[in-house]
Design a protein around this ligand. Structure first.
Ligand SMILES: Nc1ncnc2c1ncn2[C@@H]1O[C@H](COP(=O)(O)OP(=O)(O)O)[C@@H](O)[C@H]1O
Ligand SMILES: [Mg+2]
Length: 350
């Protein structure tokens, strides 16, 4: 590179020497020897001059700047003397450092802007979600206070409606708490060896009535082993399965089927929950794990969803170093799957 403290002065001195030689050669009465002598003297003197200027004024200052910039990048602002890093080509290094520094800052700013937008949207979403049940319960109670309480039929109906809305509010706040605790890592996974088949059987039993109301059948895939041990947090994996199965019941078709399957593969167990419902359009597939994202806003709300279920599922699986996958075919159904670490078989009583 030309920007070196030795090469640049040589080139500049050569250039000055050539100009001097050309100038003197215009005078025919000056001998060749004189011209050569004058050129050499001009070359040496200008080389020394340029060298001193470059080395001590420009390059040393650039060295200082470069070192300072390196320290700023490392967030160490104390510049001590005699600590300069010697680099071969400070100008281009300085250029690289500045470009690198600027692009990193740019990335940080973009990240911060994204977080800020996310925070603002989240706050707006939470307020909106909280407002709906509070507003409804408030309406029923005020109507009662304003006189509707006298009519026994209306009183019971309105009280039940107010209570239902407060129940929804409770579920929403609990989901919000879970999600924020999972996000800040406050909830640690309490891993143990357990039979996930047995856990799913218990969940089937708990959801029998809910599924029955829509005529939905809950079953295991025919090739699923009768017991399947995994090493995970039993309570949290129970939450994951419940969320996925409840979604299948709510958004799947009436009198449909929900099939749960487990498969051993090397050190892992692959779990899937499949329904034969209407499916999810591909443009929504990436987004359904976002908080409050619903495919059909009003229909999902009517079904009592908080819109946080899949976000919680995603967080729980991430805390198990795993990931949730979804694939869906319109009109055929949806399948959610994930893998968990295989566990040791233990003898459980009862
Ligand atoms: N098995 C499914 N079939 C069709 N749509 C689904 C299914 N599971 C989830 N969804 C869609 O994804 C959205 C997000 O799900 P989720 O986070 O569990 O929220 P919700 O509280 O509404 O159930 C739902 O509102 C629904 O639109
Ligand atoms: Mg749900």
């Amino acid at each position: 590179m030309l920007s070196n403290s030795k090469i640049l002065p040589v080139l500049l001195a050569l250039w000055t020497g050539v100009i001097t030689a050309c100038f003197f050669s215009l005078y025919t009465d000056i001998s060749q020897l004189y011209i050569l002598g004058a050129t050499v003297i001009v070359f040496v003197l200008t080389y020394l001059l340029y060298y001193l200027v470059f080395e001590h004024l420009i390059f040393t200052e650039i060295h200082k700047l470069y070192t300072l910039l390196t320290k700023v990048k490392k967030k160490d602002y104390e510049l001590t003397k005699g600590e300069l890093v010697k680099v071969e080509d400070p100008l281009s290094r300085l250029h690289e450092e500045i470009v690198d520094f600027a692009s990193r800052k740019e990335q940080e700013i973009t990240e911060l802007k994204k977080l800020e937008t996310f925070r603002r949207e989240f706050l707006a979403d939470v307020s909106h979600e909280l407002k709906t049940p509070i507003f409804a319960a408030q309406g029923f109670i005020h109507t009662l206070i304003d006189g509707a309480i006298e009519d026994e039929g209306v009183r019971d109906k309105f009280l039940t409606k107010a209570a239902n809305n407060l129940d929804s509010l409770n579920v929403l706040v609990e989901d919000l708490l879970t999600i924020s605790q999972l996000e800040i890592g406050e909830i640690k996974m309490q891993c143990q060896n357990f039979d996930i088949h047995r856990l799913a059987e218990d969940i089937f039993e708990q959801l029998e009535e809910t599924a029955g109301r829509r005529g939905v059948k809950l079953r295991f895939h025919k090739h699923t082993p009768r017991s399947c041990y995994i090493y995970a947090d039993k309570y949290r994996i129970g939450q994951v399965l419940t969320n996925l199965i409840v979604n299948g019941i709510k958004y799947g078709k009436e009198r449909g089927n929900i099939t749960v399957s487990f498969n051993y593969q090397n050190d892992y167990v692959f779990v899937s929950v499949q329904d034969d419902g209407p499916g999810i359009e591909s443009r929504h597939l990436n987004r359904i794990f976002e908080r409050f994202y619903r495919v059909e806003k009003s229909r999902s709300k009517d079904k009592g969803g908080t819109g946080l279920g899949l976000a919680i599922v995603k967080h729980i699986l991430e805390a198990h170093d795993s990931k949730i996958y979804v694939s869906s075919i319109m009109g055929e159904g949806t399948i959610f799957s994930f893998k968990l670490r295989k566990g040791k078989v233990i003898n459980e009583k009862g």
